[in-house]
Structures are given as structure tokens and as C-alpha cells.
Design a protein around this ligand. Structure first.
Ligand code: SF4
Ligand code: SF4
Length: 290
């Protein structure tokens, strides 16, 4: 039996408080929308909701992939809900969000990987909340990259995010079905097509990577013109998920942050509790023109 590494004191969720937090919870119940914030029991939920940021999961909650760090269910996905873009836009407006992150499960079953559905969501939100910034955190669109990039270039978000998650050495075990080079290519090509849209990517630490492997990923990101980076501690969602192999210390995170800026990232959100969408609005603040 593997012995679990003890959680250090700096891994702490803040207890949600504040009027806005509870208002947002209520709206989500009424609108029946899925947020990653609630479903992944994200430790930052109090902060993000109070601040007017949330991450929505579209195209259902069943994924066609099976990554052993991830808590999303897998199997045969549901039919696309044609009303979802409108419902999402209504939720964003009702919640008064300043910044919204839209993400999805992998939809390897769809011809365009779900790109048009992302585009429909962007367009509906633009109609009802023209001042809300939209970040999309997309799946890798493997086998559908050309069509997906084309659709998303015609309907651009404010920030294009796709996570590399971990070092390529660990892909087989942590990200089966994905390909490191392909993911880099997605971001590089989108930036070539849409030079004014910042690209963003993130990784988790604690899955077995070394410090130098983290630096290697950061260099690969820069070599592919990725402008924004997130690095956070992996936490095991349950005993049947990949174990945490180490907790990176706050000092080491600080060091990576320094190195990231030295490599030329315009924004580096690096720390134990950082998630891809943590304070996404502030991350984007420096790179988006008002
Ligand atoms: Fe939601 Fe992301 Fe904030 Fe977590 S970090 S609460 S997933 S917006
Ligand atoms: Fe989870 Fe994404 Fe992997 Fe699907 S592709 S299992 S949603 S990490």
C-alpha cells in the first residue's frame, strides 16, 4: 500500500463568505448550469464567486477521455443541448460576471470537437454581456484541429487557453489520448492566425515531474509563443485518482514565477492554490486592452 504524503499547511481553502457568493450559488441552482468551481469542489470558489469570476462546463459532464487526475465522469456523452449557449449567456448576465471562463469535456464524438458550440456560447454572451471578458479553455481537438481553429478564429474569445497539464514523459500515465506536441501546436497555430489574442496554458505539479522538467515545459511554451502561464499544485480528488508525489513549497513556486517572467511570459500565475482559471481576470488584466 502506498503511503500518502501529508498535506502541508499551505494547502488551505478559504471558507466562502460574502453576499455575492450566495447569490451566485442561487442563480446556478435556478439556471441548472454546471460550473467546474462547484463540481470539482475547487478550493478557490469563495474568492472567485465573490469576485465575479466563474468557470462553466459546457457540452455535458461526461468525457470521452479518461485522465486519471481528473474527477469528471466518462463514457458516452449526451446529445448537445441547443439551448445551452442562450442559457449560459443568461447565467453570465444574471451573475453579473466580469470575466467568464468556458471549458468543456473532450468531445471526440463530434465532427468539430465541439468548436462551433464554443463559438455559439461566445456569441450569445457577447450579445447580452458585451463588457464581460471571455476566456475559453479548450480540449485538444485532436483529429479536428483545422476545422476547430478555423471556427474559433471566426468567433474569437478574449483569451485562448489550453492546458498542457504535465511533462510529456508523464503523458501516457496522466493524459492518455493526448499528445504534448499536438497541444503546443494548437496554441502556436491559433496565435499565428490571431496574433492579438493572448494564448495561455497551465500545468499541475506533484505528478512525478522534476523541477527541470517544469522549466522545460515553460521553455516549450515560450517557444510556441504562449504568453500566459498557470502552475498549481495537483491535489488528488479521491483515492482512485493518481497520488500526489510531492508538494512543491511556496518558496519554490516563487522561484518558478521569477523564472517565468524572466523567460518573457506577460503573466505568470504560479502557486499552490493556482488553478487554470484562478483570478483569471487579474491574470488577463496586463495583457488585455481595456
Ligand atoms: Fe472556479 Fe477556476 Fe475559481 Fe476554481 S479557480 S473557483 S474553477 S473560477
Ligand atoms: Fe478530464 Fe479533460 Fe481528461 Fe476529460 S480530457 S478526463 S475532462 S482532463
Amino acid at each position: 500500500l502506498e503511503e500518502k504524503i501529508k498535506k502541508p499547511a499551505w494547502i488551505k481553502a478559504k471558507i466562502p463568505t460574502g453576499k455575492k457568493f450566495f447569490e451566485i450559488k442561487d442563480i446556478l441552482r435556478t439556471q441548472k448550469m454546471h460550473t467546474v468551481c462547484e463540481e470539482a469542489s475547487c478550493p478557490n470558489i469563495g474568492e472567485c464567486f465573490s469576485y465575479g469570476t466563474a468557470t462553466f462546463m459546457i457540452m455535458g459532464d461526461i468525457c470521452t477521455r479518461r485522465c486519471p487526475f481528473c474527477d469528471v465522469g466518462h463514457g458516452r456523452p449526451n446529445e448537445l443541448d441547443k439551448d445551452e449557449p442562450k442559457n449560459l449567456a443568461e447565467s453570465v448576465a444574471a451573475m453579473g460576471l466580469r470575466y467568464v471562463v468556458i471549458t468543456s469535456v473532450d468531445r471526440d464524438d463530434l465532427r468539430d470537437g465541439g468548436a462551433q458550440h464554443f463559438a455559439d456560447c461566445i456569441n450569445e454572451i457577447r450579445k447580452t454581456s458585451p463588457n464581460t471578458k471571455i476566456e475559453i479553455l479548450v480540449p485538444d481537438f485532436r483529429g479536428r484541429l483545422d476545422i476547430a481553429l478555423d471556427i474559433l478564429a471566426k468567433n474569437p474569445p478574449d483569451v485562448m487557453n489550453h492546458n498542457l497539464e504535465t511533462h510529456p514523459r508523464l503523458y501516457k500515465q496522466a493524459r492518455p489520448g493526448a499528445d504534448y506536441k499536438h497541444s503546443l501546436e494548437l496554441l502556436r497555430r491559433y496565435r499565428e492566425m490571431m496574433p492579438h489574442i493572448p494564448t495561455k496554458s497551465g500545468i499541475m505539479v506533484g505528478l512525478g515531474e522534476t523541477d527541470d522538467e517544469i522549466r522545460e515545459i515553460m521553455r516549450d511554451m515560450r517557444a510556441n509563443n504562449i504568453e500566459m502561464i498557470t502552475v498549481g499544485q495537483y491535489l488528488q480528488p479521491s483515492n482512485s485518482h493518481l497520488p500526489v508525489l510531492r508538494y512543491v513549497t511556496p518558496e519554490q513556486f516563487k522561484q518558478f514565477e521569477k523564472e517565468a517572467y524572466a523567460m518573457g511570459f506577460t503573466n505568470a500565475a504560479i502557486g499552490a492554490m493556482v488553478r487554470s482559471s484562478y483570478h483569471a481576470d487579474m491574470q488577463a488584466h496586463d495583457v488585455l486592452e481595456e
